[in-house]
Design a protein around this ligand. Structure first.
Ligand code: THU
Length: 136
C-alpha cells in the first residue's frame, strides 16, 4: 500500500463527508497493522460541538475492525471543488497518538497533488501518554 493509494482512499471518504455548516469536507484513511484500510469522514451537527472529525471516525472504524495500531494515516480536506493541504487538529493528533508510534506517518495533499509527510513524533511532541497515568 503506497501513500498515493491511501490518499485515494481518503479522497473517497471525503466524498461522503457530511459538513453542511462549515462546507469543509474531510476524509481520512488509516492503514492499520493488519494491512487493511479504514476510512472516515467528518460528520457535523446542528449543535456544532457535537460534530466529529474524519480522523476519529476512521480510527473508530479501525478499532471496530479489530486493529489497534495505525501504520500510516492519509488526510484529504477542503471545500467543494478544492483540496487544501490540511493538518490534523490538536484533538485528532491526540486520538491518532493513542494508536500510533512516533514513526507513524501522516500524509496530506492539496489540489496540486504534492504530498507532504509528517511523523507523529513531530506532530505531537511531549505527548500525554499512558505513562503519565501510571503512579510510579
Ligand atoms: N475537521 C476534521 O475532520 N479533521 C481535522 O483534523 C480538522 C477539522 C473537520 C471538523 C469540521 O467538520 C470541519 O473540519 C471544519 O472544522
Amino acid at each position: 500500500m503506497t501513500d498515493e493509494q491511501l490518499l485515494e482512499a481518503a479522497h473517497q471518504a471525503r466524498r461522503t463527508a457530511y459538513a453542511p455548516y462549515s462546507g469543509f469536507l474531510v476524509g481520512a484513511a488509516v492503514l492499520a497493522e493488519d494491512g487493511r484500510v479504514y476510512s472516515g469522514c467528518n460528520m457535523e451537527n446542528v449543535a456544532y460541538p457535537e460534530g466529529v472529525c474524519a480522523e476519529g471516525v476512521a480510527l473508530g472504524a479501525m478499532v471496530l475492525g479489530g486493529a489497534r495500531r495505525a501504520r500510516m494515516i492519509a488526510i484529504v480536506a477542503g471545500p467543494e471543488g478544492e483540496l487544501r493541504p490540511t493538518m490534523p487538529c490538536g484533538g485528532c493528533r491526540q486520538k491518532i497518538a493513542e494508536f500510533a508510534g512516533p514513526e507513524t506517518e501522516v500524509v496530506i495533499t492539496g489540489s496540486d497533488g504534492e504530498i507532504q509527510r509528517y511523523r507523529m513524533a513531530d506532530l505531537l511532541p511531549s505527548a500525554f501518554t499512558s505513562n503519565d497515568l501510571s503512579k510510579d
